[in-house]
Write a protein that binds this ligand. Sequence first.
Ligand SMILES: Nc1ncnc2c1ncn2[C@@H]1O[C@H](COP(=O)(O)OP(=O)(O)OP(=O)(O)O)[C@@H](O)[C@H]1O
Length: 327
Amino acid sequence: MIVDPELVERFRADLSALWPYTEGGPQKLGIALSGGGDSLALLLLAHAALPERVEAATVDHRLRRESAREAELAANYCSEIGVPHQTLQVEVAEGNLQDRARAARYEALGQWCVDRDLDGLSTAHQMDDQAETFLMRLNRGSGISGLASIRALGSLPNAPIRLVRPLLGWKRAELVDLVKSLGWSPVEDPSNENVDFDRVRMRQNLSRCDWLDVTAIGRSARYLAEADETLKWVVDREYIERVSFDGEEAIYQALRTGVRGTLVKGGVIRAIFRRFGLQIDQRVGAALVESLTRGIKTNIAGLQADVRDLEGERLWIFRRENPRRTG
Ligand SMILES: Nc1ncnc2c1ncn2[C@@H]1O[C@H](COP(=O)(O)OP(=O)(O)OP(=O)(O)O)[C@@H](O)[C@H]1O
């Protein structure tokens, strides 16, 4: 099975930008193989780029009757090219099925990487997935972090290895062409046609729309991922320089000027909540910045946020809400 050497070279460059797989001796890459066109292309490219150093796993969520058969097909393709393959059966908990299936999937894949002594895991998210995610989030009013969409680098919940997505610069059509040109037929997931899913509707709309440029949207998402990293760095610095603890109180010396606007101050406030073991989202963080800037004391999500002026300086004080009196 010969993959076009130019494509293999391009893949090698994309992968090595994310994962220095040649450093420190040979490293092994796990492939998350659903059996769809994207992940079969990933399997072929990775196998050609890193011969003998690739293994694949297919998660059988057991949510559809055909899933066992699909995993078997994926296993057959792997055995055709001599790549070790494992099917991982998972139990998907009740609740939001897609979220639960995703969580179970990444957990099973992480455990598999540990068991097989793999150094990295790759999924086959590509440029069209990226554009769909970006537009769905834009349509929901997401902030920088959400609009950064699918990250090229990630982590797994239960395994200390890198999660890489080297195909974000590749279009779905070119990946499917690659697979078909070698005589393989991707597994068709019927949920890809189910218009109850936002993503499916977005995909269909995008395919009918000739003025949206998927490559340009992918570029914007990359810039935003970088902006998000930079913002995290600024928030960390602001936290280190301006937040202190006195007994049960967190004290934030928030400057009166609006220079460090809601993004940074909101980020610092969210970090303070995390220190108390509590979580608030970006919108609540921004709302708190606004009320504290106006000097309004607020009780929210388990903390009491207050304003104190000390020697011409404005301090924002956070402490646990007093337990409510009963009786
Ligand atoms: N059943 C599966 N077994 C192994 N890998 C899978 C499976 N389903 C998805 N993947 C991996 O994840 C990639 C993205 O798949 P998909 O677009 O279906 O995921 P998603 O629902 O968007 O969730 P997420 O982006 O969080 O992974 C696939 O290309 C493949 O690499």
